[in-house]
Design a protein around this ligand. Structure first.
Ligand SMILES: NC(=O)c1ccc[n+]([C@@H]2O[C@H](COP(=O)([O-])OP(=O)(O)OC[C@H]3O[C@@H](n4cnc5c(N)ncnc54)[C@H](OP(=O)(O)O)[C@@H]3O)[C@@H](O)[C@H]2O)c1
Length: 212
């Protein structure tokens, strides 16, 4: 059955992004180490063969269960949903061939025309809220799954709507000491999850939870 899932990397102290990693502070010298922290959070994935190819980082890279899991995550996904702050950072950092290759629905107050990238990614800017974005993603995804890509604000809205079937958290042994917390602003009744799969790797622990 088609699933709605989240897959993010989380620091050991519960942050999905370090302090300073936003449009207002990218170049602020007070937060100059955000890039190193983000690199530490993502290195488990950027070392994998599949992602290196996808992001055009070069050949080589690790193969094995984590690499397979990343490939499966991309292949199962027929549409992505993300928040405008994640999009803003990505617009600055993704390669020209953005690494989604599906329609991507961006929750935003900004009115903007769709933006097509080489390789099949088309960003659509949705002003009518998370339920409308999900409706559009369902229409676009066909039989494939829908990924709520992030950031935290967007994931929290879908958790509060009670529609997230699967939560994939890759827990990375780095401490941020501040930043954007994933699990905040959640409302009762809280969705409950059970552990479904754990992949242990020297660089990270990949946890998959299924909604009960
Ligand atoms: N660790 C990971 O795996 C991971 C994954 C994804 C993202 N991230 C990081 O997470 C950070 C962004 O997360 P975030 O929680 O700050 O923000 P976010 O969820 O990416 O975006 C929030 C923004 O989206 C727009 N938005 C959200 N809901 C809306 C609604 N219902 N209606 C209209 N607009 C809506 C608003 O922007 P406007 O009002 O400006 O339109 C809002 O400020 C980035 O640094 C990103 O790199 C990390």
């Amino acid at each position: 059955m088609r699933k709605i899932f989240v897959h993010v990397a989380l620091s050991l102290d519960g942050y999905i992004a370090p302090e300073g990693m936003d449009m207002a502070h990218f170049d602020d010298p007070r937060y100059k180490n955000w890039g190193a922290k983000w690199g530490a959070l993502m290195s488990w994935a950027l070392d994998q063969q599949y992602l290196r190819e996808k992001l055009k980082l070069g050949t080589g890279g690790k193969t094995g269960p984590v690499n397979d899991m990343i490939r499966h995550t991309f292949e199962r996904t027929g549409a992505h949903i993300m928040g405008k702050r994640m999009f803003d950072g990505g617009e600055r950092g993704w390669p020209e061939e953005a690494p989604f290759h599906t329609p991507v629905y961006v929750l935003t107050h900004e009115k903007r025309q769709p933006w097509a990238r080489p390789g099949g990614t088309i960003f659509y800017f949705v002003n009518e809220g998370p339920e409308r974005a999900l409706e559009l993603a369902r229409e676009a995804a066909g039989t494939r799954d829908i990924r709520i890509s992030g950031g935290a604000n967007t994931i929290q809205q879908y958790l509060n709507l009670g529609v997230v079937d699967e939560l994939k958290i890759t827990l990375v042994p780095v401490l941020f000491g501040g930043g954007i917390r994933l699990f905040e602003n959640l409302r009762e009744p809280l969705p409950q999850f059970r552990i479904d799969r754990v992949i242990e790797d020297a660089a990270a622990t990949c946890l998959r939870y299924i909604r009960q």
